[in-house]
Design a protein around this ligand. Structure first.
Ligand code: NAD
Length: 477
């Protein structure tokens, strides 16, 4: 199978809006560089219409019984499962990831909708008993219309991660997905409409990102900002949100440290880490990036990692045996090329990959660079691509200092069979999520989020809905 036809538009106040009378930007196929379609961009009038609709939609949706809200989310989950082949094909076409990963992403999105449907029914308050006949109540109410912005790396899941907790809580939402991967978002919105969601409750707009976010965040209608993307853009949006004292959930970048101790099961660890590193061509906020390996196993680790990396098959995400697709856009392949050159010049040894692959698409070979000094750019900037970097360490204290040395604090991974050490690391590592002897960090019922520059607030889990609620005390005398 090759490129899937793109269905592109804005969804505002229950109406699909096309390119007539609007500027457009081309959507590219990362595997070929060819144009897939032209995406209409919202005008100022479109944004104002979306804000007015979100205001009305919020009042209607918050008054909708939690069971009815839950039923819409569950129906949408079922429709995603029914249409998984088409949805995955859209994501692979516009983003480049391999089709098996795109299907996994759609399944995760369905699981998230189902979980948040349940959470819609579990928004509890408290009753504080006072003197007979009097009491205080603690109520949790939906915060209001949400302005949400998300990146292109998980075109299905990022969108559902923004929509599902907001809708479960009773909020309306205006979402600006990435202009580079709009087709998946359009498909999800069509599914939600079919599942019975009123057209003014969830809307999608595309546009010039800075203009759209400034307009939506300056409006008195929006009461919450939810963003997934880079640290600099996240800080910029958080500053804008401060002007209206808006609540924020910020899911920003990371620079995942991996601590590999000499008591781990090395072959199993390598198998897991190579697969996890190059998932989605490394364009994952929780991707493992800095591999710190204990001295006694360092050379065996780098050799085993390099050998597995060289065996990975690169190609179109639709290719039958392909294990890694292209990068999502030309910015990423250019950025990785620069980081590799800088690491090489700093003394890093390129043991696998190291260059852009031939062809018209945005390919970059899966790359391993050993002995990269901490001063190299790649050891400090989030590569967001297929780049693994290794250094050796001696003691657990060194490993912890390495893990915590950057301003990022999203995901960290530790491989050791020693239970005392696991406890020490679980306490000491400055990251919102830590995995031991495994790589999975995402479950619908577990909070997902970072600390330090990686952001604040959690998505997923009950925390995802709580982030869309305000607390009110009521005292009845
Ligand atoms: P970018 O920061 O320019 O854009 C990231 C996303 O934010 C895009 O979808 C974009 O449309 C949106 N965006 C940008 N400026 C915005 C604004 N002013 N208002 C609202 N939305 C805005 O970076 P990029 O080149 O697309 O991606 C590269 C970097 O993004 C990576 O280095 C990585 O740090 C980060 N990133 C992080 C995640 C994540 O899951 N945390 C996902 C994708 C990208």
């Amino acid at each position: 199978m090759t490129a899937y036809p793109m269905d592109l538009g804005l969804f505002v106040d229950g109406e699909w809006l096309g390119a007539a009378g609007r500027d457009t930007v081309p959507v590219l196929d990362p595997a070929t560089g060819e144009t897939l379609g032209d995406l209409p961009l919202a005008t100022r009038a479109d944004l104002d219409r979306a804000l007015a609709a979100a205001d009305r939609g919020f009042r209607e949706w918050r008054a909708t019984a939690p069971e009815a809200r839950a039923a819409v989310l569950s129906r949408a989950a079922a429709l995603i499962r029914e249409r998984i082949d088409a949805l995955a094909a859209i994501a692979t076409t516009e983003q480049g990831k391999i089709i098996a990963e795109a299907k996994g992403e759609a399944m995760a999105a369905a699981a998230m909708l189902d979980f948040q449907a349940g959470e819609a029914m579990r928004i509890y308050g408290r009753v504080l008993q006072r003197a007979p006949g009097t009491r205080s109540l603690v109520l949790h109410q939906p915060i209001g219309p949400v302005a949400a912005f998300c990146a292109w790396n998980f075109p299905i899941l990022n969108v559902v991660r923004k929509l599902s907790p907001a809708l479960a809580a009773g909020c309306s939402i205006i979402l600006k997905p990435s202009e580079e991967t709009p087709g998946s978002a359009v498909a999800i919105l069509r599914i939600l409409a079919e599942a019975g969601l009123p057209g003014n409750v969830a809307q999608i707009v595309f546009g010039v990102p800075d203009e759209v976010s400034r307009h939506l965040l300056a409006s008195p209608v929006t009461r919450k900002l939810s963003f997934t993307g880079s640290v600099p853009v996240g800080k910029h949006l958080a500053r804008l949100a401060a002007d209206t004292m808006m609540r924020t959930t910020m899911e920003l970048g990371g620079h995942g440290p991996v601590l590999v101790f000499d008591d781990c099961d090395l072959d199993r660890t390598l198998d897991m880490l190579v697969t996890h590193k190059f998932r989605n061509a490394g364009q994952v906020c929780v991707a493992p990036t800095r591999f710190y390996v204990q001295e006694a196993i360092y050379s065996r680790f780098t050799e085993g990692f390099a050998e597995r990396t060289r065996r990975l098959r690169l190609g179109s995400g639709f290719g039958a045996d392909v294990q890694m697709g292209p990068l999502a856009n030309p910015r990423r392949s250019a950025a990785i090329a620069e980081l590799v050159e800088d690491a090489r010049a700093a003394g890093g040894r390129v043991l696998a990959g190291g260059d852009r692959s031939a062809g018209d698409g945005f390919f970059f070979a899966p790359t391993l660079i050993a002995d990269v000094p901490s001063s190299a750019r790649a050891m400090n900037e989030e590569p967001f691509g297929p780049l693994a970097l290794t250094q050796s360490f001696a003691t657990v204290e060194d490993a912890i200092a390495n893990a915590n040395r950057l301003p990022f604090g999203l995901a960290a991974y530790c491989f050791t069979e020693n239970a005392r050490r696991q406890n020490l690391l679980a306490d000491a590592i400055e990251a919102g999520m830590v995995a031991f002897n495994g790589t999975r960090l995402t479950w619908p019922d577990a909070p997902f989020g970072g600390m330090k520059d990686s952001g604040f607030g959690s998505e997923d889990g009950p925390e995802g809905v709580a982030a869309h609620l305000v607390t009110k005390s009521v005292h009845i005398s």
